[in-house]
Design a protein around this ligand. Structure first.
Ligand SMILES: NC(=O)c1ccc[n+]([C@@H]2O[C@H](COP(=O)([O-])OP(=O)(O)OC[C@H]3O[C@@H](n4cnc5c(N)ncnc54)[C@H](OP(=O)(O)O)[C@@H]3O)[C@@H](O)[C@H]2O)c1
Length: 323
């Protein structure tokens, strides 16, 4: 098999593609021929040696894969060679094949591409966990999504619509907002062109009910101020790099709430709850309630470019590698 290997912590350009022996399935696992591997911010942190866990060198990065089962371990029931599956593998996903525990795989819904499936788990589980379980969004409420053309943002646009919200997509350029409209957004705000709070209040008729914020920096405070009575600000991440400080009088006013969302740690602490969340997100996809957009596809050899484009803010939506 071919694999993208990190021999020393550093920039994504230091990654190399190598031939490795094919993996064998564990007794309770399968081998998946990878058709697409999702590229996430955290992969760049692993490669740079900047994540809290440093994998021993050398290692193959990549957590999210989709593909076809090509071998099944002796103790596995319910899965067969040829089944189309997606899985979170921790590390090792940037490869043409990967061995994975059977309990970590899920069937790809009918009609979903390998690319969309490989880019699904982190973004859609985060969006569903944030909006349904943490912010408890209700049908008819107004949702403002920041960074709405990003990985979590586009997922939140789709999940918000599926949960019955009116979705205001906010992003930093017209090209990014076009993607949000294609994903079903009801209205758009270009926050590079004017004040986010004023635009969101005007567009929502006085204030939004929920904000989903994966961007941080100087956007979080105007987003908090754009919330109406009983509004909730979901803190997801800090793609701009700066962790904002928020004035707590703005939380007191209008009885607002700031809601932390740490899906990854929650999922690791409670695998059964994570399994149920992923099953729900996949079922919504299977029923056509959400339609994950197609990601940008790079060949395996260009893993470094894919990570650079993601980390340096050139990507719109998600990226996957196609071995
Ligand atoms: N809390 C959780 O459970 C959880 C789960 C998943 C991800 N996250 C975190 O959430 C954040 C967003 O994830 P994502 O997959 O949506 O990432 P993304 O697609 O790379 O970025 C989201 C948006 O942030 C803005 N952005 C990205 N890079 C930037 C840069 N260098 N400078 C300025 N703006 C930039 C862009 O929006 P505009 O240009 O339109 O502003 C982009 O569309 C990451 O920090 C990720 O680690 C957290």
């Amino acid at each position: 098999m071919r694999a993208v290997v990190c021999h020393e912590y550093g920039p994504p350009s230091s990654l190399v593609v190598e031939e490795h022996p094919d993996p064998a399935p564990a007794h309770d696992g399968v081998v998946v021929a990878v058709e697409a591997a999702g590229v996430n911010f955290v992969d760049g942190l692993f490669v740079g040696g900047r994540y809290q866990i440093k994998p021993p060198l050398p290692f193959v990065p990549g957590n999210e894969v989709a593909g076809t089962i090509v071998e099944v371990g002796g103790g596995v029931e319910g899965w067969q060679v040829g089944d189309r599956v997606l899985a979170s593998v921790g590390l090792g996903g940037f490869a043409s094949a990967v061995a994975v525990a059977a309990e970590a795989i899920s069937p790809v819904p009918q009609g979903m591409s390998a690319g969309a499936a490989a880019a699904f788990t982190q973004s859609y589980c985060t969006a569903l966990f944030a909006l349904r379980d943490r912010a408890r969004i209700r049908p008819g409420e107004q949702l403002l999504v920041l960074g709405a053309a990003g990985g979590v943002g586009l997922a939140a646009v789709g999940v918000g619509k599926a949960l019955g919200a009116r979705v205001l997509a906010a992003a930093s350029s017209p090209a990014r907002l076009e993607r949000c409209v294609a994903a079903g957004a009801d209205a758009t705000i270009d926050y590079s062109a004017g004040d986010l709070k004023d635009a969101a209040r005007a567009e929502s008729g006085g204030g939004v009910d929920v904000v989903l914020d994966p961007v941080g920096g100087d956007l979080s405070e105007p987003a908090l101020r754009a919330l109406g009575e009983l509004g909730r600000l979901c803190v997801i991440g800090f793609a701009r790099g700066d962790i904002p400080r928020l004035p707590t009088n703005q939380v007191l006013l209008r009885n607002r709430a700031v809601v932390g969302v740490d899906w990854g740690a929650w999922a690791m602490r409670d695998p059964a709850a994570q399994r149920a969340l992923l099953d729900d997100a996949l079922a919504m996809t299977g029923r056509g309630e959400i339609t994950p957009p197609e990601p940008t596809t790079y060949p395996l050899e260009r893993a470094g470019d894919a990570l650079d484009d993601l980390l340096e803010h050139r990507l719109i939506g998600k990226a996957v590698l196609a071995p």
